[in-house]
Design a binder for this molecule. Structure first.
Ligand code: SAH
Length: 262
């Protein structure tokens, strides 16, 4: 059996319970060395073979997995964050299907969720943004037409930009070209939930200088939008004047205050 497991954003206790249990059962672990916390490997059982995929090709990864799985061993492919976000798992799965091997995907806490937690904020603020766009700048990996940063910036929704920390001048220019203002709030979250995490609040116009001042060149997310500002509407779900399937409206509850303890 082959398990694709999301390791979470960095902190060792942010892997799922299921992921942690399977790591402890694995006979072979192939982990994405660049951003998986190596402390997670301390759970591996004695005799488990551990490989770092940072220096491996897709073919080498598959060549390591297939014979182990065919021998009935438990194989874990450990990805950063959640495997579905820039995890390159589809190409692995398609090759494994050719060998008729069973696999399962165990989700993880993506770094974009960790970044919101670290920023102590909510991406989907009523009246500000009800959508989160997860995207990246075009680099050596091309981005399809109509999916460029400027196309998405036109929506003024919350944007979380992966894999782009080395291109911040260009990112700012694209965001502004699309319609964000120079003063639109932005944040750079470096290694969210790691011991050396850094969080920098800035604006769309100051992304590059902020990263340079902090020496951040990689391993960061860029969060953009007015969800980082201070204006929003309260939710209807928890509004006393609003009825829904679980609760009748009761406007008097607008005056409810906690009883404070002395
Ligand atoms: N599957 C991963 C993303 C892998 S792509 C996930 O769900 O998070 C690698 C990119 O993710 C990095 O270049 C960086 O932009 C981002 N990233 C991953 N972990 C991060 C973290 N802890 N803090 C900030 N950014 C992170």
């Amino acid at each position: 059996m082959i398990y694709f497991i999301g390791a979470g954003p960095g902190a060792v206790d942010l892997i799922t319970v299921r992921g942690k249990k399977l790591l402890a059962e694995a006979d072979l672990i192939i982990y994405a060395g660049s951003l998986v916390n190596a402390e997670l490997l301390a759970d591996a059982k004695p005799g488990c073979v551990i490989m770092n995929s940072a220096k491996m090709t897709l073919e080498e990864v598959i060549a390591a997995m297939v014979p182990a799985a065919q021998e009935g061993k438990t194989v874990v492919r450990l990805h950063t964050g959640d495997p579905s976000v820039y995890g390159a798992i589809r190409e692995q799965i398609d090759l494994l299907r050719g060998y008729e091997l069973d696999f399962e995907i165990v989700p993880g806490v993506s770094s974009f969720c960790a970044a919101a937690a670290v920023l102590e904020t909510e991406y989907t603020l009523p009246s500000v943004s009800q959508s989160v766009i997860i995207t990246r700048m075009e680099g050596r990996t091309p981005v399809p037409t109509r999916q460029k940063i400027a196309d998405y910036a036109a929506h003024r929704a919350t944007m979380v930009i992966f894999l782009s920390t080395g291109m911040l001048e260009k990112l700012s220019a694209e965001l502004i070209k699309g319609g964000y203002k120079e003063h639109t709030p932005a944040a750079i979250v470096y290694k969210a939930t790691w011991a050396d995490e850094k969080v920098c609040l800035c604006t769309v116009g100051t992304l590059a200088e902020t990263a340079a001042a902090q020496g951040i060149t990689r391993n960061a997310l860029i969060c953009v939008g007015n969800f980082l500002g201070n204006e929003y509407a309260r939710s209807e779900l928890y509004n006393p004047t609003f009825s829904h399937g679980f609760r009748e409206a009761d406007p008097e509850l607008l005056n409810l205050k906690p009883e404070t303890k002395a």
